[in-house]
Design a protein around this ligand. Structure first.
Ligand code: M6R
Length: 613
């Protein structure tokens, strides 16, 4: 889950390495470091904590060199201090690494047997020492890397530079993404880049090549030579990246999360425009799917975190609109539970990043079982997007805040479109109902914009929430996964303990928690089961619980309950309510965390892209 970058340039590269790392910080921010070659001599600078600390140290004492590698870390092996920060180095080389070397203990013991000493607690230093030892035995840098790669177990991406070789960068991909970027060529001398993703490389290049599983590449100012897992020379396609699509600025907002919440009406609108045929009031997927919904026996969904909750909402939609049985699992369980998947079934994976290790593994498992696979994914160049049999993209644009917001609402939008298509194909949804749903869907961007107007009152309410030690979120039907999502959002950025519950489950245990100190946030649009939720609110009120109701005016009036606060939502069709109600849920978490002075965009211990299992 770390970010890696490498540059073979024509001028000093330290500033560009920092710029690329800034774009990779979403992958981890426990420490950062760079190494360059100054007149052939390896030099490195590392700093604990955010990239800003490294940047400051480089401002005071810059590093020269026109070749270098950089790293931003999410700690797996060893505490997040300077000693464990990458690049790891020997006298011969420096290496940056994303992923985990699972057999590092055995390798370390073997190397220690040769008298080699280690300074860090990381698995990565083993790679540095292993390759160095091969070089000590007489191999050249490229041969030494090639000799060591088969000895490394686990999922990883690596970038190496070598003392004395100022035109050589070696990269290797095994289970973690890695791209090569091609820069400008002047007088026959080019610039070349290596990076964990296109986002990192977008400021410097418009053309990239993704390495495939098992590939390793030798980069120099003359270009890239790519080898596959068997060592043979291979060509990998070049793709153009549109730099605009990789803009990562906060604009007028204080945090990326705020910007991304406010972007939702626009990006949900863009996503809808991709899937809705307005002239015919129906959903029209731009690309044909390689399976027929009508023939499916079952839908299995696997995803993690917020994407999993989007899948849980979708379960209700697929089951009610398309009468398609749905099984859903968090991907980290699905992959090891090895569920029986029949050939008539479809596995749907959902992921913003398209790189989440467990979700990717679930996708691969389903493929190995001979299932159709479909991915709802936000990064179109990601591994999941490339490996799924078909993709339905969310068009949310880059999401930088660690807390997922606009990706979630776009996932919901795409999933509802898919459920409608499935309903039509399976004959469970009439043309008239489809028209009604499409009419409801196209009002969503406007309703979300309306919902953001509640921000002032939510900001006041967030001060109350910030005083709590525990918060309960309740909902029924599709509002139940929304309750889970609300609780996740609050936990991850404010560090307040929060739980989401199906409102009907309250009396089976969690009601014991209710007292005046526990705010109970009830998500309840005025839908068919609203009355049932009102009964649960009564149970809370009877025990002195303080209710915060997120509902529409009709529901608030019908409930007739005294609440700590009511966030009055615009009226909307109950089916699309989860997409609209995402806004207040996100704003409550955001303003609570801001009021508490937390680091909203980069909460402790987390990373945006979870590429380790
Ligand atoms: O990139 P993915 O959608 O696969 O990520 C899945 C989760 O890691 C992610 O949704 C995480 O739970 C978010 N930080 C939640 O806000």
């Amino acid at each position: 889950m770390c970010g890696i970058v490498g540059i073979v340039g024509r001028a000093f590269v330290a500033d560009h390495l920092i710029e690329a790392l800034r774009r990779l910080e979403y992958r981890g921010y426990d420490s950062a470091g760079i190494a360059t070659l100054e007149r052939g001599r390896l030099v490195r600078r590392r700093a604990e904590g955010k990239l800003a600390n490294l940047a400051m140290s480089l401002r005071d004492e810059p590093l020269g060199g026109s070749i270098g590698i950089g790293h931003t870390r999410w700690a797996t092996h060893g505490r997040p201090n300077e000693t464990n920060a990458h690049p790891h180095a020997t006298a011969r080389l420096a290496v940056v690494h994303n992923g985990i070397i699972e057999n590092f203990r055995e390798l370390k013991a073997e190397l220690q047997g040769f008298g080699i000493r280690f300074e860090s607690e990381t698995d990565t230093e083993v790679v540095a020492q292993l390759v160095s030892r091969e070089m000590d035995q007489g191999l050249g840098p490229e041969e030494a890397v090639a000799a060591c790669l088969p000895r490394l177990h686990g999922a990883f991406a690596l970038g190496f530079i070598f003392s004395g070789y100022d035109d050589l960068l070696v990269g290797a991909r095994h289970g973690a993404p890695l791209a090569i970027g091609f820069g400008e060529v002047e007088a026959g001398i080019g610039e070349i880049y290596l990076g964990s993703d296109a986002l990192a490389l977008a400021p410097f290049t418009e053309e990239i090549t993704y390495l495939e599983e098992g590939d390793w590449a030798v980069l120099s100012r003359a270009g890239a030579v790519i080898h596959d897992i068997d060592g043979g020379l291979v060509e990998r396609p070049r793709q153009r990246i549109v730099a605009q699509a990789y803009q990562v600025e906060k604009g007028n907002h204080r945090h990326f999360m705020a910007k991304e919440i406010h972007e939702q009406p626009e990006v949900v609108g863009r996503t809808l425009a991709h899937y809705v045929d307005l002239a015919r009031s129906r959903i029209a997927l731009p690309d044909a799917l390689p399976f027929e919904f009508a023939r499916l026996s079952r839908l299995s969904i696997a995803a993690c975190g917020t994407a999993y909750y989007a899948g849980l909402v979708a379960k209700y939609w697929f089951e009610t609109l398309a009468r398609l049985p749905v099984e859903i699992d968090v991907a980290s369980e699905a992959r090891y539970r090895e569920p029986p998947l029949d050939r008539d079934g479809l596995t749907l994976v959902i992921s913003q990043s398209g790189e989440t290790a467990d979700t990717l593994a679930s996708l691969r498992y389903a493929k190995a079982q001979g299932q159709h696979t479909l991915a709802v994914v936000n990064v179109p160049t990601s591994t999941i997007a490339r490996e799924a049999s078909a993709i339905v993209p969310t068009l949310a644009g880059p999401e930088i805040g660690v807390a997922s917001t606009k990706a979630f609402s776009c996932q919901l939008t795409v999933l509802l479109c898919l459920a409608i298509v499935a309903g039509r194909a399976r004959g469970t949804l009439s043309a008239e109902r489809e028209r009604e749903l499409v009419d409801a869907l196209i009002t969503v961007p406007g309703l979300m914009a309306e919902a953001t107007k509640r921000e002032g009152e939510i900001e006041v309410l967030a001060r109350e929430v910030s005083k709590a030690r525990d918060v309960l979120y309740l909902g029924r039907g599709t509002s139940y996964p929304m309750a889970l999502e609300g609780a996740l959002k609050l936990k991850e950025i404010s560090y307040i303990h929060a739980e989401g519950y199906a409102a009907g489950e309250l009396k089976h245990g969690p009601i014991a928690l209710i007292d005046e100190s526990v705010p109970v946030i009830v998500i309840a649009p005025h839908d068919a089961i609203f009355e049932k939720t009102v009964s649960n609110m009564q149970e809370v009120a009877a025990r002195g619980g303080r209710i915060i109701l997120i509902g529409d005016a009709k529901g608030a009036a019908a409930a007739g309950l005294e609440t700590l606060a009511t966030v009055t939502m615009p009226d909307c069709d109950a089916v699309v309510a989860p997409i609209v109600y995402a806004v207040p849920i996100q704003l409550i978490a955001y303003h609570t965390a801001v009021f508490m002075g937390k680091d909203v965009d980069q909460p402790r211990n987390l990373a945006k892209s979870v590429t380790v299992e």
